[in-house]
Design a protein. Sequence first.
Lengths: 110, 250
Amino acid sequence: MVDPKLLRGSLETIVLKLLDDHDEMYGYEITQKVKALTADQIQLTEGALYPILHKLEGQGILSTRIASIGNRKRKYYSLTDEGNERVTEKLSDFEVFVQSMQLILNPKMG
Amino acid sequence: MMEHKPKRRYLTDHGMELLDTFIYNKSGGGYDVRIEILDHYVIEIEQLLNENPKMTFIIARNEVHKKLGETRALKKIVKAKQKQIRKYWNKKVNHFLIGYLKWPKMVMTLLLFFFFFSIISVIPSQRHTMLVMLSLQSLVASASYLVQYRSIKASSFKIADPKSTLYSFECFMESAGTLFVMALAPMHIQYLLAEYFEGRAWLFPIIISIGVLSCTYLSLKAHAFHTEFRYWIKDELEAKYPDYLKLVRF
């Protein structure tokens, strides 16, 4: 499993990318999707995920919708227009970061 | 022979209520935070109960609570939400206060201040200064009472509309009283630092203007926090963060 310290700076990118690929998702769905895509290597905890979602909502990058599911409510998150612009920016920054790390870890590739 | 599939177990309304109370007791979170956490817990608990048919609800709940990080994780989520609400509140307050930082208002504040300063400067004795100060303060306080509190007594008090002329007049009366009292301070500064200001008389109005505008801005901020402002954005805050009063106090 990936060290949580390594994961911390990438959480926002992960959340934005998933919401970019799906119309809307709820919290539990995001944690399960990350777990499935990474074959259990990355496990998002509640304590890590929800603060990120609330922060992005506060910044106007995500919008929310509350739906009734049986005998309870569920909060769905989706990207706003500003969020869509932010995703492109974030993914581009992350790709540059990954390439830079590759150059450090495998200098011969440079 | 047909295979008997066990029925899928779901939490009842009562189970949901018990779980909601549990989450509230552990986190103290408002409605907005609780519905998310509750949904997450319910899915995990139902999954656990279906994988372990003999498990009880309480054991499943405690297992899930442990798995999801216990009270520490819940409090972390609530703390993050509180931070967002405070950020939003501060943004709105600053936006409101920036409305003060317009040339006409700032110039009027300074003119009013220097008017009071001039009055105090020409009064010959300290005793007379005190008398004039007390008289003007009483006038301001009486006018403020007549405008505001008579309407409270008549039970017709309405939260002031920030754009109304009446509210502007009330603020003017309050700030006039404050500015009058503040006019005394520069006199003392001028007296104590007379040697410093010799040959640098041009510095005096600049320093005093910065001081007056800063004090007025800070007093407006305090006013915003303690009076009508929280009512002006109450509906907006409630729409964005339902049950926010359970999470923060302003």
